[in-house]
Structure formats: C-alpha cells, structure tokens
Ligand binder design. Structure first.
Ligand code: PMP
Length: 360
C-alpha cells in the first residue's frame, strides 16, 4: 500500500531527496564520511552550506542586499528575535492577527514593545484575511508583522501588503517556496524548515542587511542577527545535517521547475480537495472564505466528531495518514506541501467523494 503523509509538520519530504540522502549517508561524494560527521569548518561541509544558500537565492530570487541565515530555535524563537532586533529603539510594532500563529507572535512581541493590532480576523473566527484598506497601520511602527499562511486555520494571503517604508516581516513557515514571492517587498522573512524546506531543526531567516546591527548591545550574542550575518551562519555549530537536507530539497525544487512550477501544481492540488468539499452538498465544510483558502493546509469537517473519527480511521486504513486536525481546530486537516505528490491528493479527494456517498 502506498502511504501518503498529510502531516502539518514535520511533513513529507520528496522521496528522491530521501533516497539521495540514503545513498550518501555513509560516504558523502567519496569523502569517506557522513555529512553528519563533518566539521562545519571543513571544505566539504562549507561547500554544501554555500551551495544550499546559492540554490535558495536562485529559487527565491533573493537580492544581494539580503542575508540568508540558517538558525535554530524554530519559528518560535523568531517571535522574540524579531522585536529584539528590529525595534531598534522604537516603542511599537504593527501586527496583523489572522489566526493562531499570528496570535503567538503577538503575545511574544508584547513582552518587548507595544503591539498595535493593525487588523484582525477575530470577528469572523479567523476564517478570512482582512482587506488591506481596513488595516490601521502606524507610520511610526518599527515593522509590520503578518502570517502569510495560517497553518492551523487554513487561511492564506493571495497578496503581499504594501507597507511603504515600514519593513514588512513575514512568518512563511508553512508556505515558503510554495509560490513566487518578490523578496524585495519584505524586510524579513522567516520559516521553520519542517514543512516546505527540510527536516526540523533549521530555521531560515532572510533579512535585508540595513535591518541588521541595531539591537541593544546587551542582547545575548546568539539572539543577535548580526552575530549570524557576520559569520555566514557559522558563529557556532550550525545544524549541519538539516542544512544539507534542505540543500537537497532546493536542488529537487530546481530540477522540478522551481517555485513557479510548484505554484502551478499546488493550485491544482488544492483545487482537488476544495472541489471535493464544495461538491459534497454540505457533507464536508471548510469555514474559510474562498478567496483566502490555503493552498498548503486544507481544514475540513463533517457534521459531527463521530463521523470525523470514522473518516480518519478509514483514511488511515487506506494509507492516508496524519489527517487529524490540530487539537484547537478539530476535524480534519490535509497538509499538502510541495513534496506531497498529486497522486496523494487525488487519492484523498477520491476517498472523500466515496466516503460522503456512503455516509451521506
Ligand atoms: N508559525 C507557523 C505559521 C507555523 O506553522 C509553525 C509551526 N507549526 C510555527 C510558527 C512554529 O514553528 P516552530 O515549531 O518551528 O517553532
């Protein structure tokens, strides 16, 4: 039976990447060593690291005045590092609240500054993206933070806010590399690796260089972007194996047409599931406004928890795993990142139709 893993993260990786890692596990390119065993200062690992960065720069079209940092601590640590580094003496920052992950970023930022909640989806239970013209931005804010894809709520921005001279900061943990982004519109982009990049343990930060170097000198060295920017992410021992794996994913993306090709496939994959939901005559419900539905995380429910449980059990028996919704959301959630093949999504869509026919 083919297994399809719909986990929200850590999530499915491309099979070819895992096979390549397996083939290179004991002896990387004739070095006689596993990548895991290499000194991060040695020429082999330095080459792997530089290639990963170069490939990511090419894939995302990252301008030269941006630093690419491979850090640790997850997206959660960025919730603190962003205010600690970017406030630079200012007293407040703008945050847009579109769901559970925005809220976590907001709560952390409140420890360091005044948070102006510029817009919120709370009035409709976080099922939509508030229109830009309703945002109450503060021109003196140190930055504007938003979450382009809410992994739990399944709400995704189809557009990039224009915040003028105020740097735009984006938590792209669950949709980075899934569609083209013009990096020059952002001050800082960050993402935990474990969804669309590679294994857990690497956190990617892409930051415009003029935003680096303004932190309070008392900030712990490891929390200062400047430390990592000045040392090409090698101030301390980086998560070498995770960066190597991420690099293999970047090469896989390049071989498969890059982010523009991923976007095309991701649109088609998401459409299969949303069509199955919308054509079910109300058997399945996805509460998210159609224009703001996530291409990466598709949440849906049946009329009751018992039917949801039956759905999950039968899906699992057919090899479709990790479809249970987040505990705060309930129901089901299908995470269909870049590495989820079309065949997996088709199998799920077919099962959804069949299950609804049997039960409906
Ligand atoms: N932001 C978003 C949008 C996420 O989906 C997640 C993880 N699910 C996080 C932040 C937290 O990431 P981490 O576990 O790497 O700290």
């Amino acid at each position: 039976m083919t297994i399809y893993n719909f986990s929200a993260g850590p999530a499915v990786l491309p099979k070819e990447v895992l096979q390549q890692a397996q083939a290179e596990l004991l002896d990387w390119h004739g070095s006689g060593m596993s990548v895991m065993e290499m000194s991060h200062r040695g020429k082999e690992y330095m080459g792997i690291h530089a290639q990963a960065e170069a490939d990511l720069r090419e894939l995302m079209g990252i301008p030269r005045n941006y630093k690419v940092l491979f850090l640790q601590g997850g997206a959660h640590l960025q919730f603190s590092m962003i205010p600690l580094n970017l406030l630079a003496g200012r007293a407040s920052a703008d945050y847009v609240n579109t769901g559970i992950w925005s809220k976590k970023a907001i709560d952390e930022a409140k420890k360091f500054c005044h948070v102006n909640e510029a817009a919120s989806g709370a009035d409709r239970k976080f099922t939509y993206v508030p229109e830009f013209k309703s945002w109450k931005l503060d021109k003196d804010a140190a930055y504007v933070h938003y979450t382009p894809n809410e992994t739990i709520d399944g709400v995704e921005f189809g557009w990039v806010p224009d915040t003028g001279d105020v740097p735009l900061v984006a938590d792209m943990s669950s949709n980075i590399l899934s569609r083209p982004y013009d990096v020059s519109k952002f001050g800082l982009i960050y993402a935990g690796a474990q969804k669309n990049i590679g294994p857990a343990g690497v956190t990617l930060v892409i930051v415009r260089d003029d935003l680096v170097g303004h932190a309070d000198p008392r900030l712990p060295t490891m929390l200062n972007y400047k430390t990592h920017a000045d040392a090409d992410s090698m101030y301390n021992t980086p998560p070498t194996y995770g960066i190597y794996m991420s690099g293999l994913v970047f090469q896989w993306l390049k071989k498969n047409g890059g982010v523009a090709a991923m976007e095309k496939t991701n649109i088609a994959k998401a459409k299969l599931l949303y069509d199955a939901i919308d054509a079910s005559g109300g058997f399945y419900v996805c509460p998210v406004a159609k224009a703001d539905r996530s291409r990466m995380n598709v949440p849906f429910k049946t009329a009751d928890a018992a039917t949801d449980a039956e759905f999950l059990k039968q899906a699992e028996a057919r090899g479709m795993l990790q479809l249970k919704g987040h505990k705060l959301a309930g129901g089901m959630r299908a995470s269909i990142y870049n590495a989820m093949p079309m065949a997996g999504v088709q199998a799920l869509a077919d099962f959804m139709v069949e299950f609804a026919q049997r039960k409906g």
